[in-house]
Design a protein around this ligand. Sequence first.
Ligand code: ADP
Length: 366
Amino acid sequence: MIKIEHLVKNYGSNCAVDDISFEVEEGEIVGFLGPNGAGKSTTMNILTGYLSSTSGKASIAGIDILTDPIGAKKLIGYLPEQPPLYLDMTVEEYLNFIYNLKGCRIDTLGESREAHLEKICDTVKIKDVYHRVIRALSKGYRQRVGIAQALIGNPKVIIFDEPTVGLDPKQIIEIRNLIRGLGKAHTVILSTHILQEVQAVCDRIVIINKGKIVANEKTENISAVVGRSRRFNLKICGPKKDVLALLKGMAGISYVEELAGSDGEAFNYMIESEPGVDIRKKLFFALADAKFALVGMEALGMSLEDIFISVVDQSEVKTVRAAAPRQRRPKGKERFALEHELGSSLLENAQKQRAEAALQETEDDD
Ligand code: ADP
C-alpha cells in the first residue's frame, strides 16, 4: 500500500533522510520510531506531498506522490504534529469545511455528508462537543478533532505524526486505542519517539536514526534484531564478598552489580553475559561447586528501551567506526545509566504533560 524506495532529502549539506526504503502492507499499522532529529517528520512530509525529496520514490497504492500528488493525496488522511485546526470554528463548522476542501461527494463516498460526518464523530467520540468552538476544547478533544479531519473522505492510508505529544496519560491511552481501532479499516503509519507507543499500537516497527533505517521488524520479533536477553537477577546464599569475586572472575560474564535487599540468607545480584553466551548452566554449577546456593534466577526481558538503545548504538558504531575505530558501545553501568536517564525523561515528560493537561482543563472550565 505504501512504498518508499531509496528516498533521500538533503537540506543544504545536511542529509535529513539518507537513502531509506520500506513498505507497508494494506491493513498494517506501522510505527516509525526514532529520536528527535532522526528524519521522521521529513519522511512523513515527503510521503504526504508537503515536501519534495532530493531523490528516490514514494508511492501510495502504486500512485507516485511526486508525479501525481493530487491522486496520491486523495488516498491519504494526515494528522501533522500540530493539528491544523481553526480555533474560532465549531467542530461542526470545521469538519464541514474540511469535507468541502477535500471535495467529498455522496457518489464517491456512498453515503450522505451528514451520515459520513456522524460516523466519524462516533468513531473518534466527539459527538458531545460537536457544537462547541474548538478553542474551548481540551487538548485531548482537539486531537480527536484532528483525527476526525484525517478520516474525512475515507482515505485508505492514515498518517499520524507524534499523535500523543502533549496529552495526559488517560488521553494517551484513549488516542492509542482509537488508532488501534482504525487499523481494521485503514493502513496506518504512526511516527513517534515514544517506544511504548509502538509497542501498544503497531504491528511493525521501523526504526530510523540519523536519516537511516536501523531496524524494520514485526513488533513481536523486534527483540530478534539484537538477540535475546543476557541480563539476569540472581539470589545467591553466601558471603557477599566471595560471591561477587566468583561472579566477577567468571568467563562469559561482562557485568556484575550488587543489588539492594536480601531474601532470607540470599543476597541479590544482577549480571550481564557476553553476547552469544548462555551463562545459566555454567553459573549454576560454578556456584554449586563453591557451596553458594542459587535460590533465584530471573531473566530480565528486553524492553523496547533496550532494543532501541542497542540498535541505535550499533548503527552509530557502524557509522563512526571508520573515523574512530575504537569507539565502543556503552556497557554495564554506563548503559544502565543511559537507560535510567531515558526512563526518567519519560517520567518527567509524563509529569509535565499531566500538569499541562490539568492547567488546560482548569482553563476549559473557566
Ligand atoms: P524528526 O521528525 O525525526 O525529529 P526531522 O525530520 O524533523 O526529524 O529532522 C531531520 C533533520 O533535518 C534534523 O537534523 C533537522 O534539523 C533537519 N531539518 C528538518 N527540517 C529542516 C529544514 N526545513 N531546514 C533545514 N534542516 C531541517
